[in-house]
Ligand binder design. Sequence first.
Ligand code: C5P
Length: 401
Amino acid sequence: MKTDLTDKTIVLGVTGGIAAYKSVELLRLLRKQGANVRVMMTRNACEFVGPLTFEALSEHPVSNSLFDKGDDAPIRHIDWAREADAVVIAPATANIIGKLAGGIADDALSTFMLAVTSPVILCPSMNTHMYQNRAVQKNLGTLKSYGYFIVKPEAGDLACGTTGPGRLPDPPDILDRVLYRLTPSDLKGKRFLVTAGPTREHFDPVRFISNPSSGKMGYAIARAAEHRGGHVTLVSGPVTIPPPLNVSVVRVLSAQEMARAVFDRMEQSDMIIKTAAVSDYRPKEQATHKIKKGEKEKTLALQKNPDILKELGRRKRKQVLVGFAAETQELEKNAGKKLAEKNLDMIVGNLLTQPESGFGTDTNQVTLFYRDGSKEPLDVMEKDAVAHLLLDRIIERIIRR
Ligand code: C5P
């Protein structure tokens, strides 16, 4: 499945709230995803951010009046509505929300909106009391019933000095909800259990054995599954990246904690994808206090951790089970062996010796190994794209068979 916005035309509507400055960044992110973006601003929005900024970054004229200048200007509101694959209004003020709910067309944006037939993503942002006002809430309810996708404002300190809901979410989160709205729900209702990140095996309160897993691959899978309509639980080792939206995150530290979290949720899962880089061993003993340095050499005795995936393979009934194999040599041999030993439906192999692959990178180069002995080497791709392709193959090669 295509995961970015290439070939899509998005109209970004900007209305007159203090958060209008965030729309500049949103425009950049939409363009980075490959979208062709046209910007429509209300007159009040132009008081906050100059149209020139949006014009330069979108590489298109900005529309802010029904009487714009330019050859195409007189019918811009109709042409842009016809061309749009989606419309995003961020920030959306109480005023535009009221006008849209009432069908009022008294400026370029509100007139254009009456001609729009594509999905609309609306991001309300205003003072808390205004947001909670019954008229605004009623209007939002009306727009929801018309099929608008409403991105809830965040709670926090607002520019007007109040604290509460009303803040425009950060641009990456708005982009994420745009992608969610535009991604077909081909995994609707499927329950996913994804593990990600490293584990930490402490031998004293401040020291541990671990690995450099960033969690990016597992988080990308969780995000992709959520975008496609899945209910996702993400069991995550310690990582620094932000959690995907609308995903239930269970934080764990050690392999034993991860094992408990996973086994507890196994029965309620349809697909289990084990991306985590689990430590195979843990220190036999864990000191209560920091171990002091001494003159002599020290030896750390290790004992085996539970192989979570192997145990899942043993217990599995109807679940689809996918593992990862990170190797530094003999990928094919090792991956094939794990696929069989752990009773998996698929294993994703990646060689950690390549620069664009593995721990911490945003890209990955993997080979998919299937139960029937076949394999599919993939090109170097963004981890988000690998995640979607993996889900495509789960649908085509496992669920549909
Ligand atoms: O055998 P190996 O550790 O290389 O297998 C990797 C796969 O097994 C990954 O999917 C990883 O999440 C899982 N694993 C596990 N429990 C362990 C070690 C690995 O679930 N103790």
